[in-house]
Design a protein around this ligand. Structure first.
Ligand code: ZN
Length: 136
C-alpha cells in the first residue's frame, strides 16, 4: 500500500512574488498557471507546471509571517517538499506513531485545492515536509 504517492511540488520562499514570477517564467518558459493568496498562512503563492512537476513560489503578505521569518533566518530558497498522499488523516496518524512532529493536528485548507499539514524539519534532517491531499 502506498502511503505517499509522489512529490506534489517544491516550495520556494521568495521576497517578492512578482519579481520571482518573472524569473521563474524566464527559467521555465511558462507563466504561472495560478496565483493564490492563503490568508490563514499570510502568504501569496504562485504555481508553475513543468512537465509532471510543480513548483510553488511563496511570499509573505505580512512582515511577521512564517515565510518572512524563514527568509530572515535562512534567506530565500527551498522552503519545503510537498508529498501527495491518498488519505492525509491516515498518514498523519502513521507519521505521528513513527515519532515525527506534526505541526498541524488537523489538516487545513492550503493553496491549489489541497488539504495540507506540515511536519517539523527537526525530525526530517532540516527539511520542512508538507503532506497534501487533493480535494476531490
Ligand atoms: Zn506547498
Amino acid at each position: 500500500m502506498n502511503h505517499i504517492n509522489k512529490i506534489e511540488h517544491l516550495g520556494i520562499a521568495v521576497k517578492d512574488i512578482n519579481k520571482a514570477n518573472s524569473i521563474y517564467e524566464k527559467l521555465l518558459g511558462v507563466p504561472p498557471y495560478k496565483q493564490e493568496e492563503v490568508e490563514s498562512e499570510a502568504v501569496i503563492t504562485s504555481f508553475f507546471q513543468v512537465g509532471p512537476n510543480k513548483i510553488e513560489l511563496l511570499a509573505s503578505t505580512k512582515d511577521d509571517g512564517t515565510i518572512a521569518k524563514f527568509i530572515e533566518k535562512r534567506g530565500e530558497g527551498i522552503h519545503h517538499i510537498a508529498f501527495d498522499v491518498e488519505n492525509i488523516e491516515k498518514e498523519l496518524d502513521r507519521l505521528k506513531k513513527e515519532g515525527f512532529t506534526i505541526l498541524n493536528e488537523k489538516p487545513k485548507l492550503g493553496a491549489d485545492n489541497k488539504r495540507v499539514a506540515f511536519i517539523h524539519p527537526k525530525g526530517t534532517n532540516g527539511v520542512l515536509i508538507e503532506l497534501c491531499e487533493e480535494i476531490k
